[in-house]
Design a protein around this ligand. Structure first.
Ligand SMILES: CC(C)(COP(=O)(O)OP(=O)(O)OC[C@H]1O[C@@H](n2cnc3c(N)ncnc32)[C@H](O)[C@@H]1OP(=O)(O)O)[C@@H](O)C(=O)NCCC(=O)NCCS
Length: 175
């Protein structure tokens, strides 16, 4: 079930962050509080037992929007949740009057890049040494919402499993 992020779920997101980005600088409670205070669009997904197993956020300004974050508990990955979260963000961008959506993704984050590319995001360029502390590069990507056609999740098993890669990034930056 998708629902808006509320403050009492921030500790669960912080725990997920630590699991999804163990070698990097996971977002802190203060950073999620700041996102809520800024009025950014954040949502979570609850699993069968009520646990938070996915989250995503979008910042909107004028006719542009930016994906701030998206993450799915490893136990729930590959089931279509990441795409559902992204669809919610893009729908919110459309509803808010945005014409395009930007994001940054580590160049070696194959699952995330594939997700974005299949929704129609294209690479604008490379930001060298964008992420810290790794110094990894990022692709800056953009989606023109007029061109967006939501894609349907395919059945699990058509791609190699157990091969997920993670992204690191500066904690003060969108990812
Ligand atoms: C990226 C992430 C959110 C995707 O979530 P997910 O729930 O596993 O994704 P879905 O099951 O909805 O799959 C969506 C699409 O992503 C792509 N994808 C997902 N896992 C993949 C993998 N291991 N290899 C290649 N492509 C993959 C596919 O295009 C897939 O669509 P399909 O199954 O219809 O072919 C998840 O891997 C994650 O949380 N990663 C760690 C955090 C992270 O890197 N966040 C992104 C920061 S930019």
């Amino acid at each position: 079930m998708l629902e808006p992020l509320r403050w009492w779920d921030i500790p669960a997101l912080v725990q997920l962050e630590a699991r999804l980005f163990p070698e990097d600088s996971p977002w802190t409670p203060a950073m999620f509080w700041s996102e809520l205070a800024a009025g950014h669009h954040y949502l979570i997904h609850r699993g069968a037992h009520g646990q938070v197993d996915g989250y995503a956020g979008l910042a909107r300004q004028f006719d542009e929007a930016e994906v701030q974050t998206i993450g799915v508990d490893p136990a729930a990955q590959g089931t279509g949740l990441g795409r559902a979260l992204l669809h919610d963000l893009l729908g919110a961008a459309v509803a808010g009057g945005a014409a395009r959506v930007f994001l940054d993704v580590r160049t070696d984050n194959v699952p995330a890049r594939t997700l974005y590319e299949t929704e129609g995001f294209t690479v604008m360029g490379v930001r060298r040494r964008y992420y810290e502390p790794s110094g990894a590069d990022a692709y800056g990507m953009v989606l023109e919402l007029a061109d967006w056609t939501p894609q349907v999740h395919r059945q699990q098993g058509h791609r190699q499993q157990g091969h997920r890669q993670q992204e690191d990034r500066r904690p003060e930056q969108a990812r």
